[in-house]
Write a protein that binds this ligand. Sequence first.
Ligand code: SF4
Ligand code: SF4
Length: 56
Amino acid sequence: MARVINEECIKCGACVSSCPVDAISEGDATYVIDADTCIDCGACESGCPVNAILEK
Ligand code: SF4
Ligand code: SF4
């Protein structure tokens, strides 16, 4: 399983440094989580100002 970033993402970039396995990168419309890399730790969730990071 992996967390996902929805369309509410405002591309602030705050979540990137919170990820211990560097699974988050900048995509076209939103930041994106690489599902194969994400270990579903949840560390990125609390830092998102618009709650765009969700459990799948
Ligand atoms: S849930 Fe954890 S491993 Fe997955 S993207 Fe967020 S911080 Fe990274
Ligand atoms: S912290 Fe939230 S709004 Fe900011 S880039 Fe990450 S998912 Fe997008």
